[in-house]
Design a protein around this ligand. Structure first.
Ligand code: C5P
Length: 215
């Protein structure tokens, strides 16, 4: 019996990270926030003073990633979210990060992964896939609060513009665009607080597991 894999995808600031963390804790599964891999790749490039479209350097950075070398607070900044979505559009960078993500998902204890292409590309066989959405305005509001709580000075209009730009870039790229897997369940969190969204996500997991005959 293989471990349970839960795939969580959705646009920037949809709440997928929080849901993934809580589901992982609840089901006793390890969690990988795959956005951090793209953020760390971008961070390595910027630190080396390379442009984000230097494909060779980007692939090398992605291959050599050790997440523990990075300061998570820095990776979570607005600047790196934006830079991550630029390097994430490079097919060779995505290819360089596939094995690490599948390796994480393939461990016997199972895993929760969140990102943009987990249900479609990384773990198409996952029995549980949730596609988390929310309106761009609501996502910008949440992201602005989150950034402010980390001490970053933010302006709501600028964050909303970022969210829209990233949506466009992530949905429009040719390789692994942000898209709901056919067998994913959509969860719109626009009008849900964290507790309600979490309860809804747990229900989806239980339902899917029942369908798969796992409980
Ligand atoms: O989720 P997060 O905002 O940390 O992701 C940062 C960027 O990394 C996204 O805008 C997206 O371009 C990219 N990403 C991706 N595929 C994933 C996770 C993140 O392309 N699985």
């Amino acid at each position: 019996e293989r471990g349970l894999i839960i795939a969580i995808d959705g646009p920037a600031a949809s709440g997928k990270g929080t849901l993934a963390r809580r589901l992982a804790a609840n089901f006793g599964l390890p969690h990988l926030d795959t956005g951090l891999l793209y953020r760390a790749t971008a961070c390595a490039l910027l630190d080396e003073g390379r442009p984000l479209d230097d494909i060779r350097a980007a692939v090398e950075a992605a291959r050599g990633l050790a997440l523990c070398d990075f300061d998570e607070a820095r990776l979570r900044t607005r600047e790196l979210g934006e830079a991550a979505s630029v390097v994430a559009a490079i097919p060779q960078v995505r290819a360089a990060l596939i094995d690490m993500q599948r390796g994480f998902a393939g461990r016997p204890q199972g895993a929760v992964l969140d990102g943009r292409d987990i249900g479609t590309v990384i773990c198409p066989q996952a029995p549980v896939k949730i596609f988390v959405t929310a309106s761009a305005e609501k996502r910008a509001q949440r992201r602005a609060l989150e950034l402010a709580s980390r001490g970053e000075k933010v302006d709501y209009a600028a964050v909303l513009a970022d969210v829209r730009k990233r949506d466009e870039r992530d949905s429009g790229r040719s390789q692994a665009p942000l898209k709901m897997a056919e067998d994913a369940v959509a969860l719109d969190t626009t009008d849900l607080d964290i507790e309600a969204a979490y309860r809804a996500a747990c229900e989806i997991v239980e339902e899917r597991l029942a369908l798969a005959g796992k409980v």
